[in-house]
Design a protein around this ligand. Structure first.
Ligand code: SAH
Length: 233
């Protein structure tokens, strides 16, 4: 079973949104498992202290290297094959490609930072790979971890109904997705494009592809430039 282990100071935030809908149902069906580890269990002293002011001065607090290392060591087998990811605005930005790679593995280990961040030495000493969910700053890594897990879990075998519902989605073919329509046939004077009602599957496929290309060109020209050469279908 695909397994996620999340190291956090706020385990009560989980499963949160991962406990409902697609991800929640999938977990109930044992298609994946989520385990949280409270970093504070390895805190120092009677108050289970986990943070200290930054060396060299400055604002805020820093999560101690020894506390986080002790938490990782007490809860992970040394031969655990899963990638050890640290949620961090400095990290490599999350992409659908990486999400898909992780969905094919054994699971992930996610470390959620808080405060100003975590002591640099434990990142190196425990081989944590920094992953960002975008160019903005959250107050903690938990929401980022949930974003990453939500994106991966929906790709796990058996989670989504039809295989192709993932294959055609935004980013999968290097393009944004074409527009969707459903009933009613007319909404506030706007009709469903005629071609979608024609029953001609080849024409519909060609129209959708053209729409996806035009939309991507208009909104995300960077994706068009970076797209892999098209495969003949
Ligand atoms: N002082 C840090 C930000 C700390 S924010 C800096 O300027 O880089 C506190 C924690 O929130 C981080 O340790 C990280 O775990 C999480 N976090 C904040 N922004 C994030 C982002 N864009 N992606 C992933 N995690 C993020």
């Amino acid at each position: 079973m695909w397994r996620a282990t999340v190291f956090t100071l706020f385990p009560e935030m989980f499963p949160g949104p991962l406990g409902v809908s697609l991800a929640g149902d999938a977990r109930a069906r044992n298609l994946w498992d989520l385990e949280t580890v409270d970093i504070r269990a390895q805190g120092i002293g009677r108050h289970r202290s986990v943070d200290e002011p930054p060396a060299g001065g400055g604002a805020g607090m820093v999560l101690r290297a020894d506390v986080l290392a002790a938490s990782l060591d007490a809860n992970l087998a040394p031969d655990d094959p899963r990638p050890r990811l640290l949620m961090s605005p400095r990290g490599r930005q999350l992409t659908q490609k990486r999400v898909r790679e992780w969905s094919r593995g054994a699971g992930v280990i996610l470390v959620c930072g808080r405060f100003e961040g975590i002591d640099e030495r434990v990142i190196d000493a425990r081989g944590l790979e920094e992953v960002s969910i975008g160019d903005y700053v959250l107050s903690g890594g938990e929401l980022g971890a949930m974003v990453l897990l939500d994106a991966v879990v929906r790709l796990l075998p058996g989670v989504m109904g039809k295989e192709e519902s993932a294959a055609e989605e935004s980013f999968e073919g290097g393009l944004l997705e074409y527009p969707h329509y459903t009933k009613p046939r007319e909404f506030e004077g706007r009709a469903i494009p005629e071609i979608l009602l024609s029953g001609d599957h080849a024409k519909i496929a060609a129209w959708r592809k053209a729409q996806a290309q035009a939309l991507t060109q208009a909104r995300r020209p960077d994706l068009v430039r970076g797209a892999a050469p098209e495969k003949k279908s």
